[in-house]
Every structure is written in C-alpha cells, then in structure tokens.
Design a protein around this ligand. Structure first.
Ligand code: GAL
Length: 654
C-alpha cells in the first residue's frame, strides 16, 4: 500500500522543487509521476534537446528519497511538430481536422507520427533509462481520452486497407464476411475500401466493427513501439499505462500484454455525473461517488494487469471536466484510497500535487492550493499514511481469493455498441449492473478476459459476451462450477453476423435453447414478473426463446425469463438490480458461496484483501456493522464517508 502524486516540475520555478519533494515525503508519499506532457520543454525546436532541467528534477526527487514514474510525452506533440507535419493530426467522423491547442492531437495510424514519437521516446529512454530515481515508465497518457482512438485520416484509410488485406486475404472473403451484397456495398479491391464515415444512413456494422478492431490494433502497435524502446534501456523497470474509467474503445487486455502493471485514473464524482444513473442516485452519491462504479474498475484493471495494478490518478477534490463538479465529502479521498487498497492496488497516486493557476485545469483541485497552502486532501493523505503504517503488521499479502468471476470482453463490447438494437441498451452498463448485484452479497469479484483460467472459481458470469470463440467455448464446457449466461451472449459471429444455428450459437451445447426473437425497450418500460416468488422487473431487453426446458420464470405473455440446465443458467432479459439480486441469491447459494448478511445497507460496501476486511460507507446515512470486532481502523459505527478495517477471521463471512 504505497502512495504517489502527479507532479509537473515544468509548471513551477525550480527553487520550489526540493521543498515540494520534501513535503511529499513528509506526507508519506513515496512515488512521484513526472514528465508525461513536457515535450515542448524537452525539445523546444526540432532536434534541439534540453534534458538538463529534467535531470535536475530527477536528481532532486532522488535526493529527497522519492521514486519516479517517468511518463513519455507523446500525448502532447509540440506546435513546431504539428506545423511541420500537419498530417499527423486526427480527423473526426465528419472528416474535420482536430487541431493543436489542447492534447492528444495525433492519429494512431500516422506513420510519420509514430516515427517522431519513436525518436523522442528513444532519446528520453537513452538519457534517463538508468537514472537511479526511476522506478517505472508510463507510456503516453490515457490512450483514447477525448475520444481519440478512432481517426478518419488518410493514413487510417491506407492502414485499414492493408489490415483488411491481411485479415481477409481476398476481397471476396471480405465482402462475404461483411455481407456487402446487401445494398450493393461490394468492393472490387482492397484499395477501394472506404472508412465507415459520412454515409447516408448507418454504415455496415461489420465494416464499423472491423475499423474498431483495426483502431484497437493501432493503439497496441503504438504502445508496443514505446515498450520495446523502454525495455531496451530500462530492462528491469516495470512499464505501465494509465487507462481510463468507463472506456472500452480499445482492447485493454491486448495492450496490457506488453506492459507489467495496469493503472487507471479514478475520478468518482466526475464519472457519476456523466453516467447513466438516475437523478436520485446522482443526488444520493453526489459527494461520495457511486459505491460500485469505482470498485468495478478496480477489479477490471486488476484483471487487465494480471494481478498487478495501481491507481495512477486519484481525484483529490473537485475536478474541472464533468458537466458539474461538486466537492467530495471530507474523508472521501481517504475512503477512495483504502477502497483501492482493498481491491489489491499496490499504489494510489493523487492528481495532482498543487492546483494549476493557469490553463485548462484551473478548477481542478490538488493536494495543495495554487499558492501552496494545504488543501483538504493533503490532510487525508497524511492520515492514510499513518493508518497504513498501523495496518502493515497485520497484513498477509496474497492474490485475490474471489470465488466469482465476471468475464469482460472488449470485442464483444464493440459488437454490442456498434449494433445495440435499442438506444437504451448499454453493454458496459449491463456488465456493471450485474457486477453491482453480485457485489451486494459482500463477495469479492474478479473481472477476467475470455482467455482466463476459470478453474479457481465457483461461479462464472458472462453478462453479454456477444461472440464466444471456440477456445472459450471449450473452457466453458470444461468448467464445473455454476455458469451464468446473460442475454445477447453468443448472439453474433466474430464478424457481426447472426450465427447459423441462432443465438447463443455454440453455447447451445451447454444449455439447449435458441433465441428466436429479441426486443429492446425504452427505459420507462418495466416488465413485471415473478421470480422465486418475488416481484421482479425486466427492462431494456428481452428474448423469446425456443426450448424443451421449462422456464424457471416467465412473463405474462409467455416469454421465458430464466432457464436452468445442469450447472448453467440463462437469463433471457435484462433485469433491474433487485431482480438480479433475487436471481443471484439462489445461484450463489446453490454454488455453496456463503452470502453476507451485513452488506444490505444501500451505501455500505465490503471487501476483503491481504487478511484484512474493509467496510466503506458511501451512503448519506450512518450505518452500524453487526459484527463485533476489534477494529484496526474505525469502529462499527460508520458515518457517511467513514470506513472500518479489521483482521479477517478464518472462515469469516463479511
Ligand atoms: C486525466 C488526465 C490528467 C488530467 C486529469 C484531470 O484524464 O490524465 O492529465 O487532465 O484527467 O482530471
């Protein structure tokens, strides 16, 4: 459990650095992330490198006993570069250039940019790769932020054409895979392929999916270009990228294969304001963030990092970029930090040390005000540090011991996003709602890719894996535990066509049913039904299923809602949270998973890690934990934004 902070030496007079580093240390901060946007100071004009200032910053951080995470600056190409090579700029879906003056103004497909980025990364790695202050490298910054994965540039078109040639082999195969005979969309050769933009009505979904796949591959290639260089000059240092929340536009599992640690940038209040949650939920958790949104991402990125993960940027106060930017309740920065540790984070790093008095993020809090005075979060960080010291003696570090796995698959996400069928169906939302229901029983959850080993789990849930590969199907067949298959799973081929055998395609070997008809519903429609004698509701999505199995629950019109066969359950609708709880309660109990009795409070969340149990109160009301423990941190009585930590007892049910 280590603490870090993001720091921009180029924003402050050099005389301040040593004192800043000293203060970081005195708050208990061990890591400082530096350098990810400073290209215009590294290379103020083409080929003129000025590394001395960064060297002095690294030396001083080192002298101050801090470990540095050094970022490559490729998210912010300087103005001279754009002037000399305007073709590196990305193009939006209307073909308009996205210009200089903020950040991420580059196209992943640009070969010219890749070469220029390679050059700066190599120079930087050469110069600092073995600097004793360095403890890790961060590649770029937030791939995809500001909607920048997809660019409709000429370079992207050329790149996509050769990618298609490689994937499909012949133009006939491509036409077949995309179903281009429909509306005379057939191409005669690969050079003729257009980008899926500016079409009169919807572009062919298979075409769009292919372009998303291609774009994801460009992110991996761009990142890999950097990791190869960084490994050459820093063979022993871990490589990390800072991913984002609520963001699925490239395959993170894929990119992570070239990295050692996953990290993500956690802004709970901004995310909630931008999310699909109802006005009532947004009001309840206005100053705490949603109790499950952050946890979902922690578990996802632990999976992406193959067990090793950090929070690279933790919200420290109000931010600047959401539609509304409330201040967190006092105590929330501490709570968010411990929630990350409770999910296995090795490091939580705050964004940023000192609020910037200039440019775009003036309204973004830091640990300090622009004048250097301490802001609320710096006191909380100090408290966290003292509490970590107390906990250390009681920790038994170890891997996640979750009994439940939720499978997350980026290409399936894209299939459902490209072709949602109903405006209100959001694949990420559905995965997160399934997660929240499972978590409400006080269970730790692993979020894993389709390639994961499923044998450690008692229950595996596929919320919506639209396409299941043959290898995945094989692993699912071998899985002995309880398997829960959500609607739309197995509903498309890899190229986004309806499978010949009808959905859920190969999963029919596991549960004998076929989906004949689907419907999407507007958000105000709630379809009532009874499940296990409880009043329940479906929303957004239903499927009509053909099967000899008797449905375990049915709607009034005869459409089934839940089917069970041996160890497999199939949900043929999307349900609300309470209904999911009714369904999962029985499934988890049947899978011999003991459910928590104390997890019921609406804002109370429980987690177990490293031999410690954690309780967090995100709700506005105080809660009292029913168990009698000797608490290492906090007490049984938790006001809003408070937490408690105690030693997990053998066989304890939280
Ligand atoms: C992140 C980004 C940071 C900073 C922060 C503000 O998306 O990586 O550089 O802009 O947001 O919340």
């Amino acid at each position: 459990m280590q603490l870090g902070v993001c720091y921009y030496p180029e924003h402050w007079p050099e005389q301040m650095w040593a004192e800043d580093f000293k203060q970081m240390k005195s708050l208990g901060i061990s890591h400082v992330r530096i350098g990810e946007f400073a290209w215009s100071r590294y290379e103020p004009s083409p080929g003129l490198y000025q590394w001395e200032w960064l060297e002095r910053a690294l030396d001083q951080a080192h002298a101050g006993g801090l470990k540095v995470i050094l970022g490559t600056p490729t998210a912010t190409p300087p103005h001279w570069l754009i002037k000399a090579h305007p073709e590196v700029l990305p193009l939006d879906h209307e073909g308009k250039v996205r210009g200089f003056g903020s950040r991420r103004h580059y196209c992943f497909s640009s070969k010219v940019y890749r070469e220029l980025a390679r050059e700066i990364v190599e120079r930087m790695a050469q110069r600092f790769g073995s600097h004793p202050a360095l403890s890790a490298w961060q590649t770029d910054n937030e791939y995809g932020c500001h909607d920048t994965i997809i660019s409709y540039s000429k370079a992207a078109q050329l790149g996509f054409q050769s990618w298609c040639r490689e994937r499909y082999g012949s133009i006939e195969a491509l036409n077949e895979a995309w179903g281009n005979v429909f509306w005379s969309m057939e191409y005669q050769d690969f050079q003729a392929i257009e980008l899926p933009m500016l079409t009169v009505t919807e572009a062919n979904p298979s075409h769009r999916l292919a372009f998303w796949r291609y774009s994801s591959d460009q992110v991996r290639a761009f990142n890999q270009m950097q990791t190869k260089i960084l490994r050459k000059y820093s063979p022993t240092l871990p490589l990390v990228h800072n991913y984002m929340g609520f963001f699925t536009q490239f395959d993170h599992f894929d990119v992570a294969e070239d990295l050692d640690i996953a990290s993500w940038d956690s802004y709970p209040l901004g995310f909630l304001d931008q999310s699909w949650e109802s006005p009532r939920v947004k009001e309840t958790y206005l100053r705490t963030g949603h109790p499950d949104h952050t946890a979902f991402h922690h578990d996802l990125y632990r999976g992406v990092g193959r067990g090793r993960w950090w929070v690279m940027e933790q919200q420290p106060g109000p931010v600047n970029w959401a539609p509304h930017n409330p201040a967190p309740l006092p105590g929330m920065v501490r709570l968010w930090t411990f929630e990350a540790f409770a999910h296995g984070a090795e490091l939580v790093s705050y964004f940023r040390w000192r609020q910037a008095p200039f440019a775009q993020e003036q309204f973004h809090a830091g640990l300090h005000l622009p004048n250097g005075d301490r802001d609320q979060a710096s006191f909380e960080v100090e408290q966290v540090h003292a509490e970590i010291k107390k906990l250390q003696a009681h920790m038994k570090p170890g891997p996640s011991n979750a009994k439940i796995a939720l499978v997350f698959d980026y290409p399936s996400e894209w299939i459902l996003r490209v072709s949602p069928q109903g405006k209100s169906y959001d694949p990420l939302r559905w995965s997160m709602e399934v997660y929240a229901a499972l978590r409400s029983f006080g269970q730790n959850i692993d979020i894993v890719p389709a390639a994961a080993d499923l044998s450690p789990y008692r229950c595996v849930v596929l919320p919506n894996i639209a396409h299941c590969s043959t290898a995945f199907l094989k692993r699912l067949k071998a899985f002995q535990g309880s398997l829960v298959i959500g609607p739309r799973t197995g509903s498309k081929t890899a190229e986004l066509q309806i499978p010949q055998e009808l959905p859920p395609a190969g999963l029919q070997d596991l549960i004998p049913l076929r989906v004949r008809r689907v419907e999407s519903l507007p958000p105000q429609i709630k379809m009532p039904l009874s499940i296990h004698q409880e009043e329940c509701f479906a929303s957004f999505w239903r499927e009509e299923v053909e099967t000899k199995l008797k449905a375990s629950a049915e709607f009034a019109d005869g459409w089934g809602a839940l089917y069970e066969h041996r160890n497999v359950s199939y949900l043929s609708a999307c349900f609300d949270f309470e209904t999911l709880r009714v369904i999962f309660k029985k499934i988890l109990e049947d899978a011999a998973i003991t459910l928590s009795k104390s997890a019921a409070g609406p804002g109370l969340r429980l987690q177990e890690r490293h031999g410690l149990s954690f309780a967090f109160n995100y709700g506005p009301e105080a809660v009292t934990l029913s168990n009698k423990r000797s608490y290492l941190v906090g007490s049984a009585h938790l006001k809003a934004a408070e937490l408690a930590i105690w030693k997990t007892e053998e066989g304890e049910v939280l």
